[in-house]
Design a protein around this ligand. Structure first.
Ligand SMILES: [Ca+2]
Ligand SMILES: [Ca+2]
Length: 343
């Protein structure tokens, strides 16, 4: 979950380009500090911005700022690339040559990524100035600044659009680490220059409901703690898992942390014990079928322990794929409960 962020002005000293990174609704405006070259009669004087990928891979490129959570990992400003990389920042895919500013000469569009764990990308336009130096003309699209499920959080690829424009395959989620990589929806949006500014020029401007996003919730009855014949204690708890979302996704994962040893009560056959090394601690992970929207399912879980249980029983629920990787949940506040174990 990322709160909406608004960036201030960022100076790109190598180009005197002021990039206004006010991002809202997946669109942005990047204002060039220098006036665009005149369209008429400029063909003879417009610098050649057709830069081979091999040249970019060994160049010093001015990279606009990354999202704030990337700042300590991802270089910005003048960045020296070697073999297409600068630590975690790298050039991605093929370059695209197009006359994006309609001055009669082509510019070079390429994706730049940074992977601290999650991946962010920027689609940048490079050109040459009158003295032949590579400059950053602007940014067409980028990930990571905004809200997952609403703003552009994923970029996969670029391709030519009409009249010098560039199409960008964008998505609404930025899966990290153990999150399901197929969570984001794909959309082709078109970006180009109009009246001297880079902006979205065609394609959808908002993401519709994402069928990989659900809203699971968990509730539980009061744990029943009873003495066990012959010694020790038995704890049983009734767990209800609800789907408050619009879609059912994959499987239902339940993570249980409690006291003692997990036993084979109703529901446990789909669970796997995760030993903690502590005889009075228990962790289990269960995988149940998906729950239909508006529906619930109930499981009764049991534990045994040598000592009388104390503390709390923690239950976490999430939608997962067959590899156990998580799908997004639109409201995670109700995905976890702590049930007191004291009798
Ligand atoms: Ca051009
Ligand atoms: Ca939820």
């Amino acid at each position: 979950m990322f709160a909406f962020r608004s960036y201030g002005l960022v100076a790109l000293p190598a180009t005197a380009l002021m990039v206004a990174l006010g991002v809202a609704g997946g669109t942005e405006s990047v204002a060039a500090g220098t006036a665009p070259r005149a369209a008429s009669g400029a063909e003879a004087s417009a610098p050649d911005g057709l830069i081979p990928l091999a040249t970019l891979r060994e160049a010093t490129l001015t990279i606009p700022a990354w999202p704030v959570e990337d700042a300590e990992f991802c270089a910005s400003g003048p960045v020296k690339f070697s073999k297409g990389k600068a630590d975690l920042v790298r050039l991605v895919g093929a370059v695209l040559h197009t006359d994006i500013d309609h001055d009669g000469a082509k510019e070079t569009v390429v994706q730049v990524s940074c992977n601290p764990q999650w991946e962010d990308r920027q689609v940048l336009v490079f050109d040459r100035n009158a003295s032949g130096k590579i400059i950053t003309l602007g940014r067409l699209a980028h990930t990571g600044a905004g809200v997952e499920g609403r703003d552009i959080m994923k970029i996969w690829s670029i391709k030519p659009g009409e009249a010098g424009d560039v199409q960008v395959d964008v998505g609404d989620y930025r899966p990290c680490c153990t999150q399901a990589q197929d969570s984001p929806q794909h959309q082709w949006r078109t970006f180009g220059m109009r009246e001297g500014k880079f902006r979205q020029t065609d394609g959808p401007t908002a993401f519709g409901p994402n069928p990989k996003v659900t809203d699971l919730a968990v509730t539980a009855g009061r744990p029943q703690v009873t003495p066990k014949p012959g010694g020790g204690w038995t704890t049983t708890v009734t767990v209800d898992i609800h789907n408050r979302g619009r879609f059912a996704v994959g499987h239902t994962g339940l993570l249980v942390m409690g006291t003692g040893t997990l036993v084979g009560a109703n529901g446990w056959e789909q669970c796997e014990n995760k030993p903690t090394g502590d005889p009075d601690e228990a962790t289990a992970r269960c995988v149940f079928p998906a729950v239909a929207p508006g529906a619930s399912m109930r499981h009764t879980l049991g534990f045994t322990s040598a000592g009388k249980p104390t503390g709390t029983l923690s239950l976490w629920v999430e939608s997962v794929n067959t590899n156990g990787h998580q799908y997004p949940d639109s409201d995670v506040e109700d995905n976890n409960i702590e049930a007191p174990l004291a009798a």
